[in-house]
Each structure stands twice: as structure tokens, then as C-alpha cells.
Design a protein around this ligand. Structure first.
Ligand code: NDP
Length: 294
């Protein structure tokens, strides 16, 4: 099989280039898109994610605020900050890095964000808009990035059978809604940890999305020859040959699966780079929508 390796890095760069023009247009009209990123606690991975989001803003000329709050920040203090950001006219997007410390009620935090500024797409209003196919809503960045990859690589979803492994609110469920929408018209099956004969089900997929968090779960017997495979998984596996002592792999056993596919995303360098690019896109969209209302 002549397999296309779907390049998330260059596709994300293309998205960023389109955004540069959109941001310039907004600035010409007197509006600078603004994103507030809130981190509670010291989780090292979250710190890295937050820093890369702020850096992405700086590179595009998006105004950003980084709020790094101590782990003992109370729920009330956090909600007060979100209320302040909801009312801050320089801020069009608000993101609270997940997961917060255990004493914080994450659902209450999500609910407190103005849905018009909920660029993560987690607020129930935006979940409803996704289901209703109302394009004014915000869609979670990772599935949005997956759809952009399919679009940029000319993968038709019309009438195709898409199987998604994973049913989280962040990836699996929104991905299912995007693929079954009238814009994409795929026939969608969602699999999860209780699914029987996962390999057999996946082998019926024209498009297979793995969003599980289990390194190498998807192997050659899962693949219908010619399928398109999107690997969302980000897993650390020990690797003594690497200076850090680990390497990042996806949910798909790339070496055995890739030769069977018509197209596949690698990890790293596939879906991952798209997530932050789509966050930037959502922030620009929020700015456009908020400022258009005056
Ligand atoms: P969750 O843990 O929230 O969801 C995992 C899903 O996989 C669940 O629905 C679970 O089923 C299902 N699952 C677990 N084990 C199996 C199994 N053996 N067979 C079939 N299904 C199984 O994870 P997320 O959706 O948040 O993330 C998934 C992966 O994607 C992770 O590796 C994460 O790091 C990565 N990720 C990557 C992003 C990116 O930017 N590229 C962004 C977000 C996540 P059940 O519901 O029954 O428990």
C-alpha cells in the first residue's frame, strides 16, 4: 500500500498562516484577539501545555494572559478570576488547564466560563451547539484538528464507516458528532472499554480514530486495508535509549499498521500539533463573534 503519512506539523503551520491574515484583519478593525490561560497547581505536563499555548499566542500576535495559581487556590478564588476574565474586554477566550487539583470542581469551573469565551468547547451550551450543528459554538480543539487533517488531506467522509475508539467528552464524543454531522455524513460507531470484538469492529472501519490512551492497542488485525487511521493517543513509554528515559507513542502500533493504511497520522507529529493550532482558531473565532456583536 502506498501510505500517506499525514503531517500534522505542516498542516498546523498552514492553519496558523491562515490565522495570521484573519488576525491582521481583526487588528485593522481595532480588535486584537485575546486568550487567558489559567493553570492551578504545579503539574509539570500542564505547565508545559500552558506555556506552549501562550507561546503560540505570541507567535501569532494574539494577546495572552497567563494565570499560574498555587495548588491551594480555592474554588471561590478560581471562580472569581473566571468572572473577572468573563468581563475583561481584552479577553475573548478562556481556558482552564485540565486536570485541576482534586479539591476543584471542574464541572462548576466549566459552567462558570462565558460560553462565548469557552474556546475549549466544554461548556454545556457549546456541547449542545455541536449536537445541534450550530456553527456559532466552539468544538473541542483535538477533534476539530482531526477534521481539519481529513479536510486538508482530501479524505472524503461521505458515507464512510468511521469507528472511534474512546468516548470522552474531550475527544471521542465530539469526534463522533463531527463525523456524523450533515457536513461530513459518515456513519459512526463508537467503541469503548466494554466493546466486544474490538479488532473485528475496527476492521469494518474506513476511517479509524484511536483516542484511548493505551500504547499500541491498535494492531494490524484491526485494520481494513486502505483505511485512514487517526491516532490521537499520547502515551509515555520507557525508553532507556532516550535522554529523558521515555518516548511518546500513540495508541496505534505504527510500524505494523501503517503499511496497511491509505493514510495515517504519526505520533508525535500528527494530531498533536493540530490541537494548539485549533485553539488559536477558536480564539480568533471568539474574537470575531464577540466584537461583531459590539
Ligand atoms: P479518556 O481516558 O477520557 O478516555 C479513554 C477512552 O478509551 C474511554 O472511553 C475508554 O472507555 C476507552 N478505552 C480504554 N481502554 C480501552 C480498551 N482497552 N479498549 C477500548 N476502549 C478503551 O481519554 P481522552 O479521550 O482524554 O484521551 C485519549 C488519548 O488521547 C490519551 O492518550 C490522551 O493523552 C490523548 N489526547 C491527545 C490529545 C492531543 O492533543 N493529541 C488531546 C487529548 C487527549 P470507557 O469509556 O469504557 O472507560
Amino acid at each position: 500500500m502506498n501510505t500517506t503519512i499525514i503531517d500534522g506539523k505542516s498542516t498546523a503551520e498552514r492553519v496558523r498562516n491562515e490565522l495570521r491574515t484573519a488576525i491582521e484583519d481583526l487588528k485593522q478593525a481595532g480588535h486584537t484577539p485575546g486568550l487567558a490561560v489559567v493553570l492551578v497547581g504545579e503539574d509539570p505536563a500542564s505547565r508545559v501545555y500552558v506555556n506552549s499555548k501562550v507561546k503560540a499566542c505570541e507567535e501569532l500576535g494574539i494577546y495572552s494572559q497567563k494565570w499560574a495559581l498555587p495548588a491551594q487556590t480555592s474554588q471561590e478564588e478560581l471562580l472569581r478570576l473566571i468572572d473577572q476574565l468573563n468581563r475583561d474586554e481584552r479577553i475573548h477566550g478562556i481556558l482552564v488547564q485540565s486536570p485541576p487539583p482534586p479539591h476543584i470542581d471542574e464541572a462548576a469551573v466549566v459552567l462558570s466560563i462565558d460560553p462565548r469565551k469557552d474556546v475549549d468547547g466544554f461548556h454545556p451550551v457549546n456541547v449542545a451547539k455541536l449536537v445541534l450543528e450550530d456553527s456559532s459554538g466552539f468544538v473541542p480543539c483535538t477533534p476539530l484538528g482531526c477534521m481539519e487533517l481529513l479536510k486538508q488531506y482530501g479524505v472524503s467522509t461521505q458515507g464512510k464507516h468511521a469507528v472511534i475508539i474512546g468516548r470522552s467528552m474531550i475527544v471521542g464524543k465530539p469526534m463522533a458528532h463531527l463525523l456524523m454531522s450533515k457536513a461530513a455524513n459518515a456513519t459512526v460507531t463508537i467503541a469503548h472499554s466494554r466493546t466486544h470484538d474490538l479488532a473485528g469492529l475496527c476492521r469494518t472501519a474506513d476511517i479509524l480514530v484511536a483516542a484511548v490512551g493505551r500504547p499500541g492497542l491498535v494492531t494490524a488485525p484491526f485494520i481494513k486495508p486502505g483505511a485512514v487511521v487517526l491516532d490521537v493517543g499520547i502515551n509515555r513509554v520507557e525508553d532507556a535509549s532516550r535522554p529523558r528515559g521515555y518516548r511518546i507513542v500513540g495508541d496505534v502500533e505504527f510500524d505494523s499498521v501503517a503499511p496497511l493504511c491509505s493514510a495515517i497520522t504519526p505520533v508525535p507529529g500528527g494530531v498533536g500539533p493540530m490541537t494548539i493550532a485549533m485553539l488559536m482558531a477558536n480564539t480568533v473565532k471568539a474574537c470575531r463573534q464577540i466584537t461583531a456583536r459590539g
